[in-house]
Design a protein around this ligand. Structure first.
Ligand SMILES: [Zn+2]
Length: 189
């Protein structure tokens, strides 16, 4: 199926109120074994607001996907991560939870690792030496996963079912009630 693209006409920027500077580009695509998804890219040339997201069209239950990253070849596996999705790399001690500025994207496992790496690099700039060492250890492990020298599971949980790992080896099931509660509560404060 061909990709369909569209542009939403929005008169004023909802963030800064400027006229004719805000636009939303959309793209509808078909993901095998998942269905139709819609990617959106919003940006304002006046206040430089930008946001990207992806949702699936149609109802989905809360879903959890689990995939074992075993080789360099696995880096090519396609991933749809909505702004509502939580990423876990349990063997690396990494969890990325959706925050207010959380974005959605269509990428592959390599792209997910790059984004996780970027988030850790940003976070360790602002913390004390002990935590920084822990962050650097995680970065080293990510490098090893990328080189096919370390295995880890990639877990993707989405209470709205908008996220998926597109591969036959990905194990899919509905989220349990307890898992849903923990996702809604967010990180411990
Ligand atoms: Zn604006």
């Amino acid at each position: 199926m061909r990709k369909r693209e569209f542009l939403l006409p929005i008169e004023r920027c909802p963030i800064c109120g400027a006229k004719g500077t805000f636009r939303v580009k959309g793209r509808i695509d078909h993901i095998p074994y998942f269905g139709e998804i819609m990617e959106t890219f919003a940006n304002c040339t006046s206040c430089e607001f930008r946001h990207a997201d992806v949702v699936c069209l149609g109802e989905r239950p809360p879903l959890r996907y689990e995939f074992q990253i075993k080789s360099e070849e696995d880096l090519k596996v396609r991933v749809v991560k909505s702004s509502t999705g939580t990423i876990k790399l349990p063997e690396l001690g990494v969890t990325v939870e959706p925050g207010p500025a959380s974005e959605g994207y269509v990428s592959n496992i390599e792209g997910v690792l790059n984004r996780v790496e970027g988030a850790i690099k940003l976070a360790i700039k602002k913390i004390d030496a002990t935590k920084r060492r822990r962050g650097q250890a995680k970065l080293k492990k990510i490098d090893e996963v990328r080189a096919g020298k370390r295995k880890t599971r990639l877990i993707l949980m989405d209470p709205f079912g908008h996220s998926t790992i597109v591969n036959r080896r990905a194990k899919k099931r509905e989220l349990t009630k307890r898992e849903l509660e923990l996702l809604r509560e967010g990180p411990p404060r």
